[in-house]
Design a protein around this ligand. Sequence first.
Ligand code: URA
Length: 400
Amino acid sequence: MLPVAVISKKRDGLELSEAEIRFMIDGLVDGSVPDYQISAWAMAVLLKGMSDMETACLTDAMLESGGRLARASERLRVDKHSTGGLGDKVSLILAPLLACCEVDVPMLSGRGLGITGGTLDKLEAYCGYRCDLTPPEIDLQLQRLGCVITGTTPDIAPADKKLYLLRDVTGTVPSIPLITASIMSKKLAATLDALVLDVKFGSGAFMQDLESARRLAGSLKGTGERMGVDTRVILSDMNQPLGRMVGNACEANEAVQILQGQGPSDVRQLTLALGAELLVAVGRYQRTLLAESALAEMIDSGAALRRYQAMIEMQGGEYKDQLPLAASSVLTSSSDGWLAGLDGQLMGQAVIQLGGGRRKLGDRIDPSVGLEMLVRIGDRIERQQPLVKIFASNATSRQA
Ligand code: URA
């Protein structure tokens, strides 16, 4: 007798097997599955989601589409990934800071995406800084300095490079399983012992609400742990820029201020919290408070700043304590009251329009432009009070 109903143990009866996912990813890389079919599948994933098992298989297939960084040094390896937000310059500070605590930090970073600036773009504000280190150069720098911040090498997760380009033009970037596989395939290729994820939520972030940020955090953490890496998460607020500065040289300068023991306290606190999670994860400290004070000591003694300068110089950059910025003007308030909120998306767009980000792939970036926030949410504002300093080529005074 024919069954009247087919009961599947899989979600919707549509779950893809590991072999099917591998077939598609291998086909994407070798060109045997055409781009339009991959794009249609990416849209199906955006609309229907993926199970945890499918996400793990996809991450695995993307990771194995390329190689992994070799481990030349005996030291433990850690890394941090941020889902991106306005003014997020933490990577610049954290990599040399952790290296001072005798762990290796092979940070394979990206360029600006949407409204959020990229770590590599910020570091390229130092004239000559190279983001295209080869695997032997990465190895050598890790052995000498314990930290490197460079782009992914061509051999790391080539499937992600191809899939990302298709997602970008088919509106399929904001899918949690696709973001998870994209981030984790690259991070896991660095053969880490521990990873901390800074998942941001708010108007200046990729995930605008706390609930979506929580879902992304759960997916990233679950995938990392399934693959044997101690993966920790901090959810952080991005309803206003981190620190005061937004823009490439602006943010590099603020990172240096933090390394000098100055600068805004929110940047320092988040950096210490993320670093402490990693030092506890690899067993250096039992408690995050102890780890935070060890990290603070590396800042206050000047060791982390010296390591940062050494990293910039070993990667070919011309280090300066403060990079030059474009001429500035101020935006003042047209009324008095309290600062109730900021539109992070608009602020990010403003930086792009100033030339500090890309509208399309290959656009040149002007590192000297950006914004300095002069007020924080909750501040009392008087009429005519300066709100934002704008670093732009043709500076004039404006009113909000
Ligand atoms: N960053 C990535 O590397 N990939 C994504 O899909 C989103 C953010």
